[in-house]
Write a protein that binds this ligand. Structure first.
Ligand SMILES: [Zn+2]
Length: 113
């Protein structure tokens, strides 16, 4: 499962940055174009985290909306589900400039250790 390896990676990153401190929360940024489902990542996280400093940490997800840049005129726009045409010149689609993100934005660590 793709989500499993992704969750392993985010856990590894978080634990590395925690530097031995207990993690209480992990903030993730996920583009709307990625197929990662919040619940699936939480599910794998709950399987993987016990025994690490991230055990019991809460996951927070920030969704990044999709944005295109028109290949004809350079206009940046947010496509809707039905409308992928440039609002300025009518060209269909464009280069994806936002919406494919997936990264750990920040972690919160406890002060009890
Ligand atoms: Zn255009």
């Amino acid at each position: 499962m793709h989500e499993l390896s992704v969750t392993e990676e985010l856990l590894r990153i978080a634990v590395t940055h925690a530097d031995g401190r207990r993690i209480t929360a992990i903030h993730l940024v996920i583009g709307e174009l990625t197929s990662f489902i919040d619940d699936t990542i939480q599910f794998y996280f709950d399987l993987l985290a016990p025994g690490t400093v991230a055990e019991g940490a809460r996951l927070y997800f920030e969704r990044v909306p999709v944005r295109f840049r028109c290949r004809s005129c350079g206009t940046e726009f947010a496509p809707s589900e039905q409308e992928w045409h440039c609002p300025a010149c009518g060209t269909l689609g464009g280069d994806v400039i936002a919406g494919k993100e997936f990264f750990v934005e920040s972690i919160e660590v406890g002060t009890d250790q």
